[in-house]
Design a protein around this ligand. Structure first.
Ligand SMILES: Cc1cc2nc3c(=O)[nH]c(=O)nc-3n(C[C@H](O)[C@H](O)[C@H](O)COP(=O)(O)OP(=O)(O)OC[C@H]3O[C@@H](n4cnc5c(N)ncnc54)[C@H](O)[C@@H]3O)c2cc1C
Length: 504
């Protein structure tokens, strides 16, 4: 869990008072003589989306609850303010510091272009208002990015600053109620179609530390975390985000002592970790040595392969290397380059065949299966290393529990379901094995629940990137609201299940 920042705790004081007041009211309220929580009230106006939750009970109930304060959560809050013109949006995050990019990746070059990030900030008028008005007292990260070359990548610190700026602005919006804490549980009452969302605010200073919020619609934008496998030999592991941060590596590694670090993987993160370590070895840490454990000596790059009426056709657009990572990989790591490159003085490559005798798949991250983990090449590659860093992919961050029994009338969604079914075209989700209708009004977006699209290579790939999240949320949020109001799922039935993916 990310540490809760003091700044956020103080920022939230008034919001918490409101939440606490309504919760106290809930305890005086007898659910049996309740008129029933109406899901949505339809305001008969010109737009079919002009409906909102009736809010006679105040902020305890909101039109929607967004969980997660990264780029996907920010996009969801911004879009839902538009979708529910009169409704309150409750927004929960553990720290409101802009998500993974701003917390862990600030020192890295981006894989998207500066123009993409500016487009993210320009997509929704409610977000545009937050930065377009000059404020002499504050550095304006979006304007700073507008001064950069829009077709080139930029430092992720620009993106982090932009996300923080927008996040701070949205939290001050009159219809946004932000709550610092961890959503621990979701349950839904099928009669009223209302979700109960429990938020653990331990460490934030509220009393009681568990808040209970209500809404007909929940959007999970809870992100993803690096996959960490159990390795077959005893070796200290450094978190991937440490490997991605030069200041952290510098702090941990004594400059004058010999150290050997294993880096496992061959994707964007692995290349950036190798770049950081090679930089340290060639400057401040002359005794640092790196063992790169990879399935293939060849890496995969995003490349422009033609043009179509819809724009340029990019091969490996969603998972190929771009920007500075691609430059470093081509010049210093790929194929024979390592034999003569400056980085090759410090990096030794160790090949990891998938199955003995089989060709190594291109750019396939290492160790997804138990057999991989026991492979002798991995065992010998790790022997003698002081540390290992795994850059072997990302998995959905731990989700809140979906279970019954939080409140009278809630229904089982499956206690700690092992698998969630996620529709990668619409963002709908439900626990495998549960009645799908029990999860109406629950949606996901962002790196934990990415849209999956066909590529020019005719395979489906997840689109993980700030602007893509914005486009997905912008497209889907109106449909999420309509489906929630009507007590349905937004998609039709797909008999072959092509768009539904199961996963932890
Ligand atoms: C090396 C590397 C480089 C990258 N470079 C780029 C790039 O150049 N451009 C780009 O667009 N993307 C890049 N990415 C991907 C980027 O990290 C993701 O696109 C982005 O961070 C995902 O946003 P998100 O909103 O889905 O999740 P996150 O940013 O991870 O935010 C999730 C938030 O949810 C909160 N949360 C989680 N669970 C709970 C809970 N139960 N209760 C309350 N809060 C919760 C967390 O505290 C967090 O703040 C890169 C990733 C890596 C690893």
């Amino acid at each position: 869990m990310h540490p809760l920042s003091r700044r956020c705790c103080s920022h939230l004081k008034s919001g918490f008072r409101t939440v606490f007041r309504t919760i106290s009211r809930k305890h005086q309220h007898n659910p049996t003589d309740s008129p029933g929580l109406r899901p949505f009230r339809y305001n008969h106006t010109d737009s079919p989306l002009r409906f909102s939750l009736d809010d006679e009970e105040g902020p305890r109930r909101s039109a929607a609850i967004v969980v997660g304060g990264g780029p996907a959560g920010i996009a969801a809050v911004g879009k839902l303010l538009e979708v529910f013109p009169g409704g309150n949006i409750t927004w929960v995050d553990q720290s409101f510091t802009g998500g993974t990019i701003n917390q862990f990746l600030r020192g890295l070059p981006s894989y998207g272009t500066a123009g993409d990030y500016v487009a993210y900030a320009q997509t929704l008028p409610v977000i545009q208002k937050l930065w377009a008005v000059p404020n002499r007292n504050r550095h304006n990260a979006v304007k700073a990015m507008q001064a950069l070359d829009p077709v080139r990548p930029c430092a992720l610190s620009y993106v982090g600053d932009m996300l923080q700026l927008i996040s701070d602005g949205l939290r001050k919006h009159a219809r946004v109620q932000s709550v610092t804490g961890t959503v621990t549980l979701l349950a839904r009452d099928p009669k009223t179609r209302v979700w109960t969302v429990a938020v653990d605010t331990t460490g934030v200073g509220t009393n009681p530390p568990l808040l209970s919020l209500r809404t007909p619609m929940v959007i999970l934008c809870t992100g993803a975390r690096p996959v960490v496998n159990t390795l077959p030999v005893q070796v200290s592991q450094l978190p991937l985000y440490t490997g991605l941060s030069r200041p952290h590596l510098t702090k941990i590694l004594p400059p004058e002592e010999p150290r050997t670090i294993a880096v496992i993987g061959s994707g964007h993160s692995a290349v950036l970790v190798l770049r950081n370590l090679a930089h340290l070895a060639s400057t401040t840490h002359p005794h640092l040595r790196i063992r790169w454990l990879t399935r293939s000596p060849h890496l995969t790059y995003a490349s422009h392969v033609g043009d179509s009426p819809n724009g340029p056709v990019i091969a490996n657009q969603y998972d190929g290397l771009t920007g500075k990572a691609a430059e470093f990989a081509r010049e210093e790591l790929d194929g024979d380059a390592l034999a003569t490159s400056p980085a090759g003085r410090f990096i030794t490559r160790v090949g990891l065949p998938t199955v003995p005798g089989e060709p190594r798949p291109q750019n396939k991250d290492w160790a997804r299966e138990q057999g991989d983990l026991e492979h002798p090449a991995l065992v010998s590659g790790l022997k003698g290393c002081d540390f290992a860093i795994q850059a072997v992919g990302f998995a959905r961050a731990r989700l809140p529990e979906l279970r019954p029994g939080v409140d009278a009338g809630t229904v089982a969604l499956g206690t700690r379901p092992r698998t969630l079914m996620f529709n990668s075209e619409t963002g709908s989700l439900y626990p495998a094995g549960a009645d799908r209708m029990s999860a109406v009004g629950l949606f996901g977006a962002g790196s934990g629940f990415p849209e999956v699209v066909p590529t020019p290579e005719m395979v489906k790939k997840p689109r993980v990137g700030v602007l893509w999240f914005m486009m997905f949320v912008k497209k889907m949020a109106p449909m999420w609201a309509l489906a929630t109001r009507d007590g349905k799922f937004p998609e039709g039935f797909d008999p072959q299940g092509r768009t539904w993916f199961g996963g932890p």
